[in-house]
Write a protein that binds this ligand. Structure first.
Ligand code: URA
Length: 192
């Protein structure tokens, strides 16, 4: 089976997942979207209201900001892959619970192995924390980390603030915009 067919099959399996309580309160599972051949994979936290309505990640206000930042480095969302740590919206957009993150984790491992991105960009502290624990996002943002993890092997991570958190916070927004500009160079370094 080729990569695209395998990813499609995985998406279908995610759509029928009932492994945690989130599926009972959300409207839709939001598996992920983008280019299966992408070098860069963005990983956010969990779908919000708009994503839950449409079944697509990052389509609300934070998603518009993400699109703007992608454009600032000459990328479109069709060039990258976008997914979340949790595939279902937590009620009232509360933080996902540790057990919800763990239950959903094997889906993300499978996505990462299929897409096999050169660089994983974590959006926000929940995403960073699942890959590179014990780091403060205020210290880790804008930096590349190399880690070897069970099931997904050696991976490169780049930490960013979450676009939703930075949207209405002037200084965090400027930091996020500046960190974003470092992405092409970070990718080049990994590829070298
Ligand atoms: N915030 C996230 O972390 N993910 C989305 O898909 C939307 C908003």
């Amino acid at each position: 089976m080729d990569k695209i067919a395998a990813l499609q099959k995985l998406n279908e399996q995610m759509l029928s997942c009932q492994k945690c309580q989130l599926r009972q309160s959300c409207q839709r599972v939001v598996p992920g979207a983008g280019n299966p051949q992408a070098n860069i994979m963005f990983i956010g936290e969990a779908p919000g209201k708009k994503e839950d309505e449409l079944g697509v990640p990052f389509v609300g206000a934070a998603g518009k900001f993400l699109d703007e930042m992608l454009a600032s480095i000459n990328l479109k969302r069709e060039d990258v892959y976008i997914a979340n740590v949790c595939k279902c919206r937590p009620p009232q957009n509360r933080d996902p619970l540790p057990e919800e993150i763990e239950t959903c984790w094997p889906w993300l491992e499978k996505q990462i192995n299929l897409i096999n991105p050169k660089l994983i960009i974590t959006l926000g502290r929940h995403s960073l924390g699942r890959f590179v624990p014990h780091l403060k996002i205020s210290e880790a943002h804008g930096q590349v980390f190399r880690r070897t993890m069970p099931n997904i092997g050696q991976r490169y991570f780049f930490a960013l603030y979450h676009p939703a958190a930075a949207l209405y916070n002037g200084s965090m927004r400027q930091t996020l915009l500046a960190d974003f500009q470092k992405i092409p160079q970070a990718l080049k370094k990994i590829e070298a």
